[in-house]
Design a protein around this ligand. Structure first.
Ligand code: NAG
Ligand code: NAG
Ligand code: NAG
Ligand code: NAG
Ligand code: NAG
Ligand code: NAG
Ligand code: NAG
Ligand code: NAG
Ligand code: NAG
Ligand code: NAG
Ligand code: NAG
Length: 477
């Protein structure tokens, strides 16, 4: 009885360990669909074609018996002439990896040959045609211990139905008979070398994947962690990748004091690539930028540049505001300082991303002798919505002023009417503070992708708790 309880205890312990692991939700999700794989394989085949075309094969020599006659031969300068892949496909093996298949492929090669018997020596050119070539390659897709994507060669099968050799040069019938004898070693050569070459190629791609950095520097302020938090999930129609998706202040990889909420990408597969960007990602970005001081700003601008009509402050109230401040500042340049007092709050709704920035704002007038004349100061809360666009594989956020709340703590100006102060502030925020913050965000957040890929017509869509980016891709070799 006691033993049984003990076992149950272990079992529960084990389960809870499991549960702990499952607790780690991704901040970013990436889905590569069948359409994406088809495209990738098409590009890959082009690359393979070029590579075989560039390849110089080793020459080889051997000895064969031709009836009673022994002869030594050398095949050299083997080069591919044409290659056709009429049926090529890529498919997913759920839970394992990716299967590449090439069927009914054909190719022709040119080579030089020379033979030597005790009687004759001769040499010439040859055309080798292969047809009915079938290759299947399976590789596993997984995650290495540093959280990078990895490809492991699993197996390769090759069959070549027909090899034809045609000689030119030493034209006698002897040599054309001899052509028949070359088929066997050529077939053996391909059987021996093709799969190992493919294996080597996959290993090279894996090595390349492992040089990709999981940390991506955004700008002087922040970096993103793109490491995989668990193995890729491979289903029949897509591969899902769960990435950490945390934004850290540059040089400080302390995790933020909150964790991602779980979210699921919709069951879509008509784009090549889907990216789900969670609220957590934006929250960690907000915290990182706050810690790095990106929301502490000081700007000094010419007086007039602040007082342009804005969406919030209509034309009609500007002259009044201008006059009031002008009476006090004599149109000297204005200096604004904003010190954020908490990381901006982020909320991702079904139609937009909104932020709330809180801080302490001070306004000064810069006198001709460079000393500062205090105008007013107070606590500020700004609500903005975020306009998001994708440009050059980066997510670019720019804030739009929606509302603000200001409580004056001290003032050198007599704002007899509070609306005057509000209009003044509206101009200052709209034309000063928000553009300054947007300037810092302008570099954008690099989205997970490879150097040579380009997003084609990405579409952004807000969902509860995450932003969905659907896109096709273009790859340049
Ligand atoms: C997309 O998914 C549906 C089922 O969800 C499937 O029938 C269809 O074949 C898939 N399309 C592609 C291109 O994989
Ligand atoms: C093939 O060779 C050409 C010319 O030398 C080169 O430009 C090209 O990059 C090579 N392609 C591959 C896939 O190696
Ligand atoms: C093949 O033979 C021809 C004629 O002998 C020669 O010009 C050519 O360089 C040879 N090619 C190679 C790759 O050895
Ligand atoms: C790193 O950031 C955390 C909060 O995210 C902060 O508590 C810690 O002091 C920072 N460490 C350094 C060395 O800046
Ligand atoms: C930003 O301003 C706040 C409030 O004055 C201050 O506590 C914080 O240290 C500043 N951050 C940086 C990085 O300068
Ligand atoms: C705003 O006022 C300026 C001159 O003060 C005028 O030229 C402009 O047309 C006005 N704009 C609107 C939208 O009323
Ligand atoms: C600005 O000064 C002028 C003259 O000194 C005065 O008439 C006007 O009321 C002042 N405007 C404001 C908004 O205080
Ligand atoms: C700068 O000029 C103002 C007014 O013109 C004056 O009150 C102030 O003392 C001057 N400051 C310095 C440091 O000279
Ligand atoms: C600003 O945003 C916060 C958080 O989203 C919200 O609670 C608050 O009501 C908003 N304030 C205004 C003035 O809209
Ligand atoms: C959002 O950004 C795009 C591109 O920068 C711009 O064309 C558009 O006008 C912006 N929308 C708003 C509401 O500012
Ligand atoms: C301004 O904010 C500080 C805390 O950041 C608070 O102590 C103070 O009472 C606030 N002042 C006003 C006028 O709201």
């Amino acid at each position: 009885m006691e033993k049984k309880m003990l076992k149950t205890g272990y079992f529960i312990l084990l389960l809870s360990c499991f549960a702990l692991q499952l607790d780690a939700n991704p901040g970013l999700k990436v889905r590569i669909t069948q359409k994406g794989l088809d495209y990738g394989w098409k590009v890959g085949l082009e690359n393979i074609k070029q590579e075989i075309q560039n390849e110089t094969f080793q020459s080889w020599s051997d000895r064969e018996n031709f009836g009673l006659v022994k002869f030594d031969y050398t095949v050299s300068g083997l080069r591919m002439n044409t290659v056709e892949f009429p049926d090529a496909s890529v498919s997913l093996i759920p839970g394992t990896g990716i299967k590449l298949a090439i069927e009914h492929a054909s190719a022709t090669f040119h080579a030089n040959w020379s033979i030597k018997t005790w009687l004759v020596r001769n040499h010439g050119g040859a055309t080798v045609s292969l047809s009915g070539v079938f290759i299947t390659v399976i590789f596993q897709v997984s995650r290495d211990n540093k959280g990078r994507l990895s490809m492991l060669f699993h197996n390769c099968r090759l069959s070549i139905h027909d090899v034809k050799v045609k000689l030119s040069g030493g034209a006698s019938w002897v040599f054309n008979l001899f052509a028949g004898y070359l088929k066997k070693p050529i077939q053996a050569y391909l059987d021996k070398n093709l799969c190992p070459k493919i294996k080597h190629k996959i290993q090279r791609m894996d090595a390349e994947l492992r040089t990709l950095k999981v940390l991506s520097q955004i700008d002087a302020f922040a970096q993103i962690d793109y490491s995989l938090i668990n193995s890729p999930a491979i289903s029949k129609t897509y591969i899902n990748l769960d990435l950490k998706g945390t934004v850290y202040p540059a040089g400080n990889r302390t995790d933020p004091p909150f964790v991602p909420d779980p979210f699921t990408l919709p069951d879509k597969n008509n784009s090549m690539l889907y990216l789900g960007v969670s609220e957590y990602f934006f929250k960690s970005a907000s915290l990182a930028y706050y810690n790095a001081g990106a929301f502490n700003i000081t700007i000094t601008k010419e007086f007039s540049t602040y007082f342009m009509p804005t969406e919030v402050t209509p034309n009609s109230t500007i002259p009044e505001v201008l006059q009031l401040v002008q009476n006090y500042t004599m149109s000297h340049p204005l200096m604004l300082t904003l010190q954020s007092t908490a990381a901006p709050m982020i909320s991702l709704q079904t139609s937009s991303l909104t932020t709330e920035i809180t801080g302490y704002l001070e306004m000064f007038s810069v006198l001709p002798n460079s000393s500062l004349q205090f105008i007013f100061a107070g606590n500020l809360t700004v609500n903005t919505s975020a306009n998001m666009t994708i440009s050059k594989q980066k997510l670019i956020i720019s804030l739009l002023l929606k509302r603000f709340h200001f409580s004056l703590t001290s003032s050198g100006v007599d704002f007899s009417e509070i609306s005057l102060l509000e209009n003044f502030l509206s101009c200052v925020l709209w034309n000063g503070a928000i553009p300054a913050i947007n300037d810092k965000l302008r570099k954008g957040f690099p989205l997970p992708n490879q150097a040579q890929t380009k997003f084609i017509q990405p579409v952004l869509e807000f969902n509860q708790g995450y932003l969905l980016i659907s896109t096709d891709i273009h790859y340049t070799l």
